[in-house]
Design a protein around this ligand. Structure first.
Ligand code: ADP
Ligand code: MG
Length: 140
């Protein structure tokens, strides 16, 4: 494997605006390789399970509603220090605070509709990849 892997979601605000390619281009230009990708419409159960870590936060209900409001593209990204590299190109959670040139600064609509998800540790990346992909769906 070339480097390490992380997990990404292109969120409903982006698929709705036809930005799957624009987001993927920014990921690729940041040195990440898409080694698995599929477009899905998450069920409520699937979204609640994925975001279970946030279930006590006040925005949990709205976040789940948003994540099932349209299709998403789930991806496995590979590269050197993939998790951190992806977090860097994503930018801050609140697009208003994100650095110029990051996906969220350039493309996000709001703190919630912020275009992309990215794993926040290698441990969580492995858990999140396994939540959506079988190993034989990932081709490096
Ligand atoms: P990140 O996606 O940058 O890792 P978090 O894990 O803290 O951020 O939050 C998960 C997602 O929840 C965010 O990407 C965003 O869509 C949503 N979110 C975070 N904070 C808020 C908030 N204060 N209000 C509404 N939605 C939020
Ligand atoms: Mg997070």
């Amino acid at each position: 494997m070339a480097g390490t892997r992380t997990f990404s979601i292109i969120k409903p605000d982006a698929t709705k605006r036809n930005l799957t390619g624009a987001v993927t281009k920014m990921l690729e230009e940041a040195g990440l390789r898409v080694v698995a990708s599929k477009r899905i419409h998450m069920s409520r159960d699937q979204a609640e399970g994925f975001y279970a870590v946030h279930k006590e936060r006040p925005f949990f209900g709205e976040l789940v509603d948003f994540m099932i409001s349209g299709p998403v593209v789930v991806q496995v990204l590979e590269g050197e220090n993939a998790m951190q590299r992806n977090r860097d190109i994503m930018g801050a959670t609140n697009s208003a605070d994100a650095a110029p040139g990051t996906i969220r600064k350039e493309l996000a609509e709001s703190i919630e509709a912020n275009t992309v998800h990215g794993s926040d540790s290698d441990e969580n990346a492995a858990i999140e990849i396994a939540y959506f992909f079988d190993e034989d769906e990932i081709v490096g």
